[in-house]
Design a protein around this ligand. Sequence first.
Ligand SMILES: Cc1cc2nc3c(=O)[nH]c(=O)nc-3n(C[C@H](O)[C@H](O)[C@H](O)COP(=O)(O)OP(=O)(O)OC[C@H]3O[C@@H](n4cnc5c(N)ncnc54)[C@H](O)[C@@H]3O)c2cc1C
Length: 404
Amino acid sequence: MKTRRYDLVVLGGGFAGVAAAVQGARDGLRVAILERTTLWGGLATSGLVTIYMPLDNGLGRQVSFGLAEELLYRTLRYGPGTIPAPWINPRFAEGIADLAADNASGRYMTRFAAHACVLAMDEILTEVGADLWVDTLACLPVRDGRRIEAVEVENKSGRTRLEAAFFIDATGDADIAFRAGVPCREHRRRPCLLALLADLDHVKAAAAAEDLTGLFGGGSFGDNEHDVGYDGDCPPLFGGNGREFSRFVLESRRYARGKIAARQRELGEKGRKRHYPALTATLPDIRMTRDIEGVETIEADMKNRRVDTSVGMIADNRQRDAVWEVPYGALVGRDVDNLYVVGRCASATGYAWQVSRLIQAVVVTGQAGAAAAALCIRKGTTAHGIDVRDVQARLEGLGFELHL
Ligand SMILES: Cc1cc2nc3c(=O)[nH]c(=O)nc-3n(C[C@H](O)[C@H](O)[C@H](O)COP(=O)(O)OP(=O)(O)OC[C@H]3O[C@@H](n4cnc5c(N)ncnc54)[C@H](O)[C@@H]3O)c2cc1C
């Protein structure tokens, strides 16, 4: 087996992984980022989510900074999407024309086009000089005592062993942390599929407005975030089990098929030509599979409360004045010294997880994890041994505000 050596290997190229790779490379580390598909962005792009949730608390105060803000603008470089004028930050908006337009909430958020976003992610990852591995599956962490020594990966070349000083699990499902023996919680979800629907009414409206933003009507089939919407007979399924994963995918598509056919019938003889799925999610829309049992956890009752170990703030989109400070230990699994777990599989419970899994929130944890890894490498210490105040000082240097 061939061996490659890096400072930091980021496993998974969703928004959390991209943020981690960008920060690690900007900190001067030799970074590899691995993605099992060929597209960056994870659920946000391949899952067709495409709503970048707010950076503000709903009362006029910005709470998420750094790459959470920078990547929001990047999503809009090659596709439509707008930001309410009062929030536009000229530092990131340069070169993006016609950006200002209000949204119903007035909040600092946007909608973006999935594949336009992928192009922009290619760009930023290339700019920072990360080593990009697509179509590459991280398979097996190899442990040596409390450290992960290497991760074996599989792609067209067969197996390669990637060694690194630090690893970041950004798989969304904590797959690598789990296989390395980090204790995790399991979650089950009922079928759900997002789709881009080609629909004649949307096309006419877009043509009339000379604006393709609304060209594809979003289609959401099955369970929503409140666990309602799916009325089939499939039980909640665990995405960390291969058979249940397949059942989730196939039942979600079967369910969508029924709804789409019904709509086509309603539209009459030309229904098939007036309304059809132009694209369905290519990563299954499973909101949660696993999160780690971290050294600390983002918990529902921590809303608007000070957390001394905060490494960033994240806001809810469903309510105003609802902010969580993310504790450093939510990114740290037990027993492994050189691993951070970021994104939607960082340690979070109850309603707090509904917030910590949002796109802007996973960027916050991704960036914080990589900045912390860079510090650990420089100081010759571990994720468990580092003084959190050093991590906080570094993040403040990157423009983060850590407390309300
Ligand atoms: C139906 C639905 C609707 C949602 N709506 C919204 C919304 O409107 N706004 C919002 O902000 N959030 C929303 N979310 C949540 C949000 O999209 C995700 O939680 C967030 O994008 C997760 O980012 P991530 O980087 O942590 O994980 P993911 O996006 O899951 O990225 C993980 C990446 O790692 C890759 N990967 C996994 N395992 C491996 C491996 N072994 N080797 C290599 N690569 C691997 C995957 O292919 C993927 O690209 C929604 C989620 C769902 C399912």
